[in-house]
Design a protein around this ligand. Structure first.
Ligand code: ASP
Length: 418
């Protein structure tokens, strides 16, 4: 049985087992199963997390230096950022449009959430200006500190600089270039091993998620959850595939077949960072993206490009405004979009990261940050789908960028094969 099939079966059984566990809460069976599931999922997630920092560093160094050596770097990064901005803007527009269309939050009795909001105190206010200052202060830091703390954005910036400097140094640094290349391949070998654990890990993660979430709260916010999930799926199943087909010349079905291991993992882990090793592997092996492009676009996208998160934050801001009966004017909605874009840029690829940066979006137009207390109980469930779309966006953009980069292909053979 192929790994793809094993993963899909594991996902279905995981969800089913989670529901089964929900039938026996507070039992010995529930407790010991949850313990075993937590153990199995932390082996899988832990192995992926172990690889993130060395993989991000080596893949960006190798990707940038190979692209730069082939004279493609300036073109590639421009196309990459253009794609990031375009897809995020479309996601934001879609989020706002659907929130308006379905009038999410209108007619819900806000007093039923009053105690949750009161209990939730947000200590500091988070303005876009302070957020940007923090962002810069946390990014330009001692790289060793960044490695040890797993500060991925700082690792990305340092790796980008090393990649460019390597090429500018020319032959002097060929040993380090080879070393990075080999180190990267070594990491990918480990990724291949971890992938074999994916069926067990995904089974455990999904069963644990379903068993430990209070599904009943979903019903109170069912309409909002359905609109956000439906819109996110529309972005992932219609908008992004259309762009892929138009600009990447790839059939969406072929993409989904090649990307499904990464997509199912994103769903189960709600973490685009933890999924990143598998996204790179799928893009290289199944989607035919050249290693240097996948190694540059995907780690960068994992940090900076989050369509699902941006869409969610825009829709949630409108939901909160409707809930408290505030009509946001056009300028305020523009501010929401801009802040949500910055927020998705700065959100780390970990579970519920979007909820933290969401405070900034709410505060940008004077909405009460405590309102996130209403959304928190359902966030873990909504996070699954938006993380899939975050990961999907990065992989699709790597296909598009690779196609455009190849149009000006003058790479020497050695670089292409590396
Ligand atoms: N969990 C998301 C991700 O890893 C981030 C978010 O919370 O929106 O991509």
């Amino acid at each position: 049985m192929s790994l793809n099939t094993q993963i899909l079966i594991a996902a279905i059984f995981g969800v089913a087992f989670g529901f089964l566990l929900n039938l026996y809460p507070h039992s010995q069976f529930f407790d010991s199963s949850l313990y075993l599931l937590a153990l199995a999922s932390s082996i899988f997630i832990g192995s992926l997390k172990m690889l993130i920092v060395p993989l991000i560093f080596s893949s960006i160094v190798v990707g940038v230096s190979n692209l730069e050596a082939g004279g493609q770097f300036s073109r590639v990064w421009k196309i990459t950022f253009l794609c990031f901005i375009t897809t995020t803007t479309l996601a934001l527009g879609l989020g706002l449009l659907c929130a308006h269309l379905f009038e999410v939050g209108k007619g819900i009795d806000v007093t039923s959430f009053a105690s949750a909001m009161q209990a939730h105190q947000t200590a500091d206010s988070l303005t876009p200006a302070s957020f940007l200052t923090n962002f810069i202060q946390n990014t330009l830091i001692n790289p060793f500190k960044a490695f040890s703390e797993g500060n991925l954005l700082a690792v990305v910036v340092f790796a980008l600089l090393i990649g460019v400097a390597l090429v500018h140094g020319g032959d002097r640094y060929h040993v380090f270039r080879q070393l990075s290349q080999q180190f990267f391949e070594l990491m990918m070998t480990l990724v291949g091993w971890v992938m074999k654990l994916a069926p067990i890990g995904i089974f455990a993660l999904l069963a644990k998620l379903i068993a430990s979430e209070d599904i009943s709260v979903l019903s109170r916010l069912a309409e909002f959850a359905a609109v956000v999930t439906g819109t996110t799926l529309f972005h992932g199943l219609v908008v992004l595939p259309l762009l892929l087909w138009l600009f990447g010349r790839m059939q969406p079905l072929r993409f989904f077949r090649g990307a499904r291991i990464a997509l199912v993992t994103a769903f189960a882990t709600s973490s685009s960072s933890a999924t990143m090793p598998l996204s790179i592997e799928c893009a290289r092996k199944n989607l035919g993206v050249r290693p240097q492009t996948a190694g540059f676009v995907i780690p960068l996208g994992t940090q900076l490009n989050m369509d699902g998160t941006a869409l969610y934050e825009a829709a949630a801001a409108l939901f909160v405004a409707n809930l408290i009966g505030l009509e946001l004017n056009f300028t305020q909605q523009l501010v929401v979009c801009l802040t949500a874009m910055i927020a998705s840029l700065g959100a780390p690829g970990i579970p519920s990261a979007g909820m933290v940066t969401m405070i900034m979006v709410l505060q940008s137009v004077g909405l009460p940050a405590e309102a996130i207390a209403i959304l928190l109980p359902i966030d873990r469930l909504l996070d699954t789908v938006r993380t899939v779309v975050n990961v999907q966006g990065d992989m699709m953009i790597s296909v598009v960028v690779d196609r455009y980069a190849q149009d000006v292909e003058h790479l020497p053979d050695t670089v292409q094969k590396s």
